[in-house]
Unconditional design. Sequence first.
Length: 332
Amino acid sequence: MDTVLLITILIVIGALAFDFINGFHDTANAIATAVSTKALTPRRAIILAAIMNFVGAMTFTGVAKTITKDIVDPFTLDNGSVVILAALISAIAWNLITWYFGIPSSSSHAIIGSIAGAAIAASGIHSINFKGFTKIFEALIFSPLLAFGLGFIVYSIFKVVFKNNNLPKTNKRFRYLQIATAAIQSYTHGTNDAQKAMGIITMALIANGYVTSSDIPFWVQLACATAMGLGTSVGGWKIIKTVGGKIMKIRPVNGVAADLTGAAIIFGATFIHLPVSTTHVISSSILGVGSAHRIKGVKWGTAQRMVITWVITLPISAALAAAIYFILNFFF
């Protein structure tokens, strides 16, 4: 078998594996609040999330195009196949490590940092598309801050609107509403996260001469949507436990406010074709809601641990991808 074709096949398999892992790694974020408040049983929540993630992944391709061309230029990337394969191995390894320890880290940071690290190892710092990379980096940085602020505002409005309502009855009504908000949040997750693997596969197809534009082939979109849906069906119980209970004690009204906030920020990013970390956005939404509810009720130790992981993910994944690139380059 031709070496280029072999590496391309390995990249496709690796990207679908990344999407599958992303599904069970990040699904927890979308359904954690609904499960923790018992609005949905874990089984029903995962089925709902799997369906909505698939639908979301089949709806848009703008973020995929951004991943394809805005970090590095696949048309001029030296040894592009090995760069992309190294990036995938690095991102998958980091996702599995953080999943094992139940840490809600960012798949987006992992894959973007890995692509940048492998590309720099292959061609030097000039291989990075700084304008596009800066735009993506800003989206990753500012989206959690926006989510925190919007979560604080949304829950503050809820407190004013429902302050005279009977609390048990209000929570019961919001528990039903959480089913809808969990579905919406799972849908927005699919619109953004599944596209990252689509972009990687398309980047490999361009680098190896199989396609000549950044348009996402339909088979790539369908394969990635399916992998995301299947991964979602596996679930990520360790991260559900962290996001759903270790940040704050979540009640239905808190869950609805956090879900609406997370969905709004993620879909807004999808609409303007920017990849964001659904993990960061959803966790920050919960932190914002918790701060508006009762600042002492937020478990800031857990939040601090999560923030440290967010900060170190990009540089660690970049360094890991660079090391893997040199190893793969020796063989290929």
